[in-house]
Design a protein around this ligand. Structure first.
Ligand code: FAD
Length: 381
């Protein structure tokens, strides 16, 4: 059993941290306040391979493996939750399905564009009336003279305004039960596609989230991604991987908050001593350090299983559940340690708290993770 990152993984981590510290940390507050994704950093991130982490080398990708993906998302999330979320969604929800089920033509056309950041990746599952309930979606794809005609509305789609192509999950046969759903690729410049204005959000405000509507959008048959009728299974597999990414992002946000809390606790004095001297503060720091480490181990184990081609549904759900709820506790306590300054936007911990709040919701709520884990528990014992 090994707990050591390989030399290559350590080097990758250092390189991502250096970029995050230099380019993102100084701008994280502005990214949050302006609610603007730092598009000017896309070429720098692409150059380092951060936008092609899940893209095979033959399609100009960096193909770094699930562990390094988790490391990179953690490092970005440590300084900027918004950028972390957009990179995580791009990688796990946008690039992964294309790399996994794309035809050679689909991969050749789209993966180099995604890897270069010319298009950010986006996956459209959620609808105004259905999120957790993937079989409750109403958006339809109907075959018509060799094409597909798509109608319906998707909601809360990360990166939609930065995407040239969307992976869209649709009902394609209402009579076929679980086999009645498929994934289609939809170019965002097709007539009938509308990307609505950005949602106004509590946190991860710099990561653009949009409603997208499809008004009889016609795409050719070759835009089907994977097999017709396999969309539900493809989505569940995609979300398993995505959950490792959100777990990693939650670990990163919590790590950033802990570091801020330690710095402050050493400098701030009360009753003639640094507040770091008080046991009440030390216990919060100790709990944070322990819980972050536990979450990181869960995330890395799920990533290891994925990287080694083993089943990881249960492990990814546990990692996402624990890491996201841990990040809420740690960022909450970081505010507590900073006192009134923690509540001020002058310090980053209130932003981290708001960013962390999404982690128990996106890519499957905590309730859904518990459902997934409980199913496995009941099968296992
Ligand atoms: C910032 C942001 C970015 C997002 N990005 C994307 C994206 O890129 N692509 C995308 O498709 N979606 C995206 N989403 C949507 C997100 O994945 C969904 O919001 C999430 O899956 C929950 O769905 P819902 O909001 O419809 O909640 P619902 O499914 O309506 O759930 C409401 C409540 O009921 C609970 N609940 C539902 N079913 C059960 C059950 N069976 N047992 C117990 N409790 C249950 C839920 O846990 C929740 O507490 C994003 C959301 C946000 C806020």
């Amino acid at each position: 059993m090994g707990f050591q990152l390989s030399e290559e993984q350590q080097m990758f981590r250092s390189a991502v941290r250096a970029l995050a510290e230099k380019e993102l940390k100084p701008r994280a507050r502005e990214i949050d306040e302006s609610a603007e994704f730092p598009v000017d950093l896309i070429p720098k991130m692409a150059e380092m391979g951060l936008l092609s982490m899940a893209i095979p080398e033959e399609c100009d990708g960096a193909d770094v493996g699930a562990i390094s993906i988790a490391i990179a998302i953690e490092e970005i999330g440590r300084v900027c939750g918004s950028t972390g979320l957009s990179v995580a969604a791009h990688t796990s929800l946008g690039c992964f399905p294309l790399a996994r089920w794309g035809t050679p033509e689909q991969k050749g056309r789209w993966l180099p564009l995604l890897g270069s950041g010319a298009s950010m990746g986006a996956l459209c599952l959620t609808e105004p009336g259905a999120g957790s309930d993937l079989r409750g979606v109403k958006a339809r794809g109907v075959r018509d003279r060799g094409d597909w005609v798509i109608s319906g509305t998707k909601a809360w789609i990360t990166n939609a305004s930065l995407a040239k192509v969307l992976v869209v999950y649709l009902q394609t046969d209402p009579e076929a039960g679980k086999r009645g759903y498929s994934m289609l690729l939809v170019e965002t410049d097709r007539p009938g596609v509308t990307i609505h204005p950005k949602e106004k959000k509590m946190g991860v405000r710099g990561s653009p989230t949009h409603q997208v509507s499809f008004d009889d959008v016609r795409v050719p048959a070759e835009n089907l991604l994977g097999e017709e009728g396999r969309g539900l299974q493809q989505t569940l597999e995609t979300l398993d991987g995505g959950r490792i990414g959100i777990g990693a992002l939650a670990v990163g946000i919590a790590q950033g908050a802990l570091e801020e809390a330690v710095t402050y606790a050493r400098e701030r004095t009360a009753f003639g001593r640094p507040v770091a001297d008080f046991q009440a503060i030390q216990w919060m720091l100790a709990d944070a350090e322990t819980e972050i480490e536990a979450a990181r181990l869960l995330v890395r184990r799920a990533a290891w299983l994925k990287e080694h081609g083993q089943r990881f549904t249960r492990e990814a759900a546990m990692a996402k559940l624990y890491a996201s709820e841990m990040a809420e506790r740690v960022t909450r306590n970081a505010i507590q340690i900073l006192g009134s300054y923690g509540y001020s936007s002058e310090y980053p911990v209130e932003r981290m708290y708001r960013d962390a709040r999404l982690m128990t919701i996106g890519e499957g709520t905590s309730e859904v993770q518990r459902l997934v884990i409980a199913r496995q528990v009941l099968k296992r014992y």
